[in-house]
Every structure is written in structure tokens, then in C-alpha cells.
Write a protein that binds this ligand. Structure first.
Ligand code: COA
Length: 176
């Protein structure tokens, strides 16, 4: 349903187009980026993605060839752990299983060639679609950082979720 290719700066304009405003940017990436998502931030992100510290992918639809999503894993090789983040599906492709298929492929890389034993992530606790996506892949909530930051006039709470290689290998997730 989707294929992955390495993210490069050439795909950066897709990210900028898929994120429609500052609150959506925040919901997607927290404090990682600031609005507007400009060329300099994207260049720094692409450069980091070309190091062993991070892998980032563009998901594309083999049927039509168009890009449909983005995801990234920050790698802690010493701990054999990673942090899944920047999970984003093109607005017109949402709600069709693209996020689940893309994330399953990313986890295949994380637990495969990257050799990770554990993948973590953080998601705002009001992002029900993303939480459902991650739970479908087998992630469980370890704890909630309640009212951890204020932005856009409200407090935000972050669910911290994780998935181990053992749980992934057991294949209980529905997203693949
Ligand atoms: C979150 C996001 C990546 C999900 O991608 P998607 O392609 O729309 O999701 P999918 O179609 O694969 O659906 C994933 C799951 O969410 C469920 N879902 C879909 N829409 C939903 C909704 N509005 N509310 C709750 N669950 C929903 C699906 O039913 C599916 O669950 P299931 O497998 O149990 O049926 C996408 O909506 C997005 O890019 N959002 C903006 C950026 C963002 O919030 N990123 C996450 C940062 S942590």
C-alpha cells in the first residue's frame, strides 16, 4: 500500500504544504519545529536525517507515485532504542490506513536493519486518531506527562508510549 524512500530536502516542501498552521505544526511535532516551517529548519532536519542519529522517510503510493506521508526515528544506538516521531499523512490521504501502513514499515526498519530493541514515542493525549494508530501497532502507554507545557492558550499533556521488539515480533499489532 505504501513504500518508503529516504527523506531528503527535496521532500521538505511536502511537509510544509501538509501542515496548515501553527497549532497543527505543534500537534504534529511539538517543540521540534516552529511556525512557519521554513527552508532553514527543513535543511537542518534533512541534514540530521543523513546522520546515524536519525532516519527519516517519505512514504509514497506505488499505484500513483505520489508522496503520501512522512515519519522519522531518532536513534540511540548505545541503548538500542529509538523514538518514533514526525508521523504525518498528507491531508487528502488521511483515514485510509496510510498512517498505519507507513508506521508498520517504519517499525520494520527500526526492529530490522536498525537493530532496535525498543521504540518510544510521545503523543498529545487529545490526538485520538494518532493514539488509535499507535495502539493498533502494539504501542502501550507507559505514563502521561500531565499539563507539561502551555501553547495556544491551553495546557498540553503528552502520552509516552513504547513498543518492544518482543511485542512487535509477537505480531499483536493490527497495522501490518
Ligand atoms: C495521525 C495520522 C498520522 C494518522 O494517519 P491516518 O492515515 O489518517 O490513519 P489511519 O487511516 O492509518 O488510521 C489509523 C487508526 O486510526 C483510526 N482512526 C481514523 N480516524 C480516526 C478518528 N478521527 N478518531 C479516532 N480514530 C481514528 C483508524 O480507524 C485506525 O484505527 P484501526 O486500525 O483500529 O481501524 C494522520 O491523521 C495525521 O497526519 N495527522 C496529523 C499529524 C499528527 O497528528 N501526527 C501524529 C503526531 S504524534
Amino acid at each position: 500500500m505504501v513504500e518508503l524512500r529516504d527523506f531528503t530536502l527535496a521532500d521538505g516542501r511536502l511537509l510544509a504544504a501538509w501542515v496548515e498552521g501553527p497549532v497543527e505544526l505543534w500537534a504534529w511535532s511539538g517543540q521540534s519545529f516552529s511556525w512557519p516551517l521554513d527552508e532553514q529548519q527543513l535543511a537542518e532536519y534533512a541534514a540530521e536525517s543523513a546522520t546515524p542519529l536519525r532516519r527519516s522517510w517519505t512514504a509514497w503510493d506505488p499505484a500513483g507515485g505520489q508522496a503520501v506521508g512522512h515519519a522519522s526515528v531518532r536513534v540511540d544506538a548505545a541503548e538500542a532504542s529509538g523514538r518514533l516521531g514526525r508521523v504525518l499523512v498528507a491531508p487528502e490521504a488521511r483515514g485510509k490506513g496510510v498512517g498505519a501502513a507507513m508506521s508498520a514499515r517504519v517499525l520494520g526498519h527500526a526492529f530490522g536493519e536498525l537493530g532496535l530493541e525498543r521504540v518510544e514515542l510521545g503523543v498529545w493525549d487529545d490526538n485520538s486518531r494518532a493514539i488509535r494508530l499507535y495502539e493498533g501497532l502494539g504501542f502501550v502507554c507507559d505514563h502521561v506527562l500531565r499539563d507539561v507545557v502551555r501553547f495556544a492558550g491551553k495546557s498540553w499533556s503528552a502520552m509516552q508510549m513504547s513498543l518492544t521488539r518482543a511485542a512487535w515480533s509477537a505480531g499483536t499489532g493490527s497495522g501490518r
